[in-house]
Design a protein around this ligand. Structure first.
Ligand code: GLC
Length: 419
């Protein structure tokens, strides 16, 4: 008995010491152009609170990033206290992250868009706090559209094809590398986003619907995939099937493409001083398919606390700071990361840096979710199966119709009796 009490006493002392005095948190700050901005934010928190931080730089590819987190959590590792979490992961990681429901005041949680909070909530548990939201956008060169006699960006995929062909043919004289359209064609989570946009813009649904029914086997979805296959080697380079976000951005930002599909972060980069296209770009909603309407995939990142972290109180303090209004404002201005706090869309400085946050507001609020909600812990398998089928169509191994039929069977198998 005495021993137990002593043990408990020691635990309490250590417990309070670990937050009462300074702690060092290890924070997953992602990768690529967002890493430094994340690090700067964490360091602002550290300075304000007298703590310190170390950083984990994750793989840039969302699927690989997930792999690392799952490995760490499977080993019950306490190494990384705070994780960055893709909006499609809460259902996969719900059991290994701290439930924030009782740890963060409801009023603070409710500042964020409800849909994003809902996506972060699984079985009543608040798995992570919204950090920024994402939606797929069409970037275009304003100077080149004008040069070739176009007064507005394309509203349909057919128009995009026509414009891209004309401008590409014209520009290739001086620049043999010039591409009409660059996007994310590599077989990974980014392809799931792009292809969901094509399918949804044709009216072909969302792979699996909100009730959990597999809906992908339909002619509109098949036609959307065939359309994208038709871009390769015409308006898109053959290598597009190896591109992620950063490869597409590299080409567009160095002046070698007319159109690009990307997320909002590409705006701040494209308008930076070292960008070859600074002042020559704009963004629009992605085009619509025949009889359909434009669709932007819903993306975004959130912050969660490792269930095995030894510094949970400090970690919660950090994620509350990082997802709060001051930090979201800095990130919006410096990196075009879309706030998840609704009121920030009325902030003049944010709108000045990112005029499209205002003009395309409805694109952000009506973005199409990947089916991670209904497919829960099996979402990753669903996404991989979808991206594999899309790859078969893009690389000419299958036609759209055969691919969606096969995918439908694969998904039924993955689903089994229920998701
Ligand atoms: C962006 C999105 C994320 C998505 C990823 C795919 O980071 O925010 O939700 O999964 O792109 O590459």
């Amino acid at each position: 008995m005495r021993k137990v009490l002593l043990g408990l006493g020691l635990g309490l002392v250590l417990g309070s010491a670990s937050w009462g005095s300074a702690v060092t948190l290890t924070v997953d700050c992602g990768a690529g152009t967002g890493f430094d901005l994340c690090k700067a934010g964490v360091n602002r928190w550290a300075k304000q609170t007298g703590n310190s931080a170390k950083f984990f730089e994750s793989p840039n590819n969302s699927g690989d990033h997930l792999g690392v987190i799952q490995q760490q959590l499977a080993a019950k590792s306490s190494d990384i206290d705070v994780y960055l979490l893709d909006i499609v992961w809460p259902g996969l990681l719900v059991n290994q992250l701290v439930d924030l429901k009782t740890k963060v005041p409801a009023a603070e949680v409710n500042r964020h868009f409800k849909g994003i909070v809902d996506a972060n909530t699984v079985d009543g548990k608040l798995v992570s706090l919204p950090w920024f939201t994402d939606a797929g956008l069409l970037y275009y060169r304003t100077d080149l559209l004008k040069k070739y006699g176009y007064s507005a960006p394309p509203k349909t995929w057919a128009e995009l094809m026509t414009m891209a062909q004309k401008v590409q043919a014209g520009e290739r004289g001086a620049n043999p590398q010039f591409a009409g359209y660059v996007w994310q064609g590599r077989n990974y989570e980014g392809l799931t986003c792009d292809a969901l946009e094509w399918v949804s813009s044709f009216g072909g649904g969302t792979i699996v619907d909100a009730s959990g029914k597999v809906t992908i086997n339909n002619p509109k979805a098949a036609a959307a995939l065939d359309m994208a296959a038709g871009w390769i080697n015409t308006i898109s380079p053959k290598g597009v099937t190896t591109y992620g976000e950063e490869e597409a951005r590299g080409i567009f930002q160095s002046g070698n493409a007319l159109f690009m599909r990307n997320w909002p972060y590409a705006w701040a980069n494209g308008q930076s001083d070292d960008s070859k296209v600074k002042g020559k770009i704009a963004v629009a909603p992605l085009p619509a398919g025949p009889g359909g309407k434009p669709a932007a995939a819903l993306g975004g990142w959130n912050m969660g606390v490792n269930l095995y972290s030894k510094n949970q109180d400090a970690a919660i303090s950090l994620i509350r700071y990082m997802t709060g209004p001051a930090e979201q404002k800095i990130r919006a201005i410096e990196g075009s990361y879309n706030p998840t706090i609704q009121t920030l869309y009325r902030d003049p400085a944010i709108l000045k840096a990112n005029p499209f946050f205002g003009s395309l507001y409805s694109v952000f609020t009506s973005a199409v979710a990947r089916p991670s909600g209904p497919t829960k812990a099996k979402y990753n398998q669903v996404s991989q199966a979808f991206a594999n089928s899309v790859t078969d169509v893009l690389t000419g191994k299958a036609k759209g119709q055969a691919a969606v039929a096969k995918l439908s069977t694969d998904l039924a198998r993955i689903k089994g009796r229920s998701w």
